[in-house]
Design a protein. Sequence first.
Length: 370
Amino acid sequence: MIFLTISLLVMVIITLIVYNVHIQKKIESFNNLNAKINNLSVLQDFMKLAGEEDSVENKLKRMNEVVIDKYDIKYSTIVVFDGAEYVIKASNVDEKHHETLVNLHNEEIFQDSVSTATPKYVTIENENEKLPYQKTEMGRAKSAMFFPLYIDNIYIGYWIMESGQMHAFDHVDTTIIEVVKDNIISILQTVSYQDTIENIDKIDKFTALHTAEYLYGKAKKIMDQFATSAVCMFRIANIEEINEQFSRQMGNEIITQVAKIVNGKMAKNYIFVRYMGPKFVIVFSGVEENAVDQFLRILKDEIESLEIVEDSGEEPQEENQEYANELIASPKVNFVVSTYYKGTGIEQLTKRLEEYIDSAPKTENQVNYI
């Protein structure tokens, strides 16, 4: 009887063990599937961020927030070399620690990691220790993983994630973290082009207006707040004649005065830039193409009523010829207007407008719609 009871118990235990193993495998399978779904979700979030109309700085901050949230990381910091110095692109660490974080590449413990493009894991062994790169701080971070970032074998900076617990990353799935790192590199590469556009914008010295590059960065964000916007390019059609008949200095003065007239009539959401040479662009944000016609015709009349006087240096022949020694230059302007649709390429539209302006007869000065 006792033998039978023991046998039954053994069978029950074996059955439970087999069942537990089966359940454990299912849990592991579920966790792996869950991790894959999570990775896909992170990748989708990253790609969505990359495509949004927002500044590079905000995109990187939001990307860092996604990493922290999705992978339950205490601290995450992305540091990039901008060509002159190391700068923090995104971090949830208090600013008082930023000086330490932007100099991690100088720390001996991470130099091999940078040179070999391999991650580095550091942790303390007891509460009285601090991580090797920490200067005065203790307690904030007790373990960290350091990842050098490379684009096409070119070192561009690093990502460090930190925890307030010792040995926090002992059992972390490095495959998942590598996916995160690769996604960080991808979005850094994607937004680097946007960063270039945002920082290439200059101010024209004659007119104090933004140059054409402004349209493709900050101005586009304003335009994309609306479904459509009317975009107008105009050219001082007789600028070459003015330069030849008077002087290039007179031509520059004409350009400056025309810019002043137009700039004085710009509403808050309108955008006015010196596109190139005697060509300018006005963006009527959120305004339909047919609604700008009267404004442009009034503007054209005002511009063409401008008279710039140049002294010829000759004495008047008679007493009543007080203006005989003065030469007067007046601009003639040619306008072309089209519609910009939210999310489309403003550079393609301005190129089309420019092609029309450049191919138009030099004597043409009217308001055209294409």
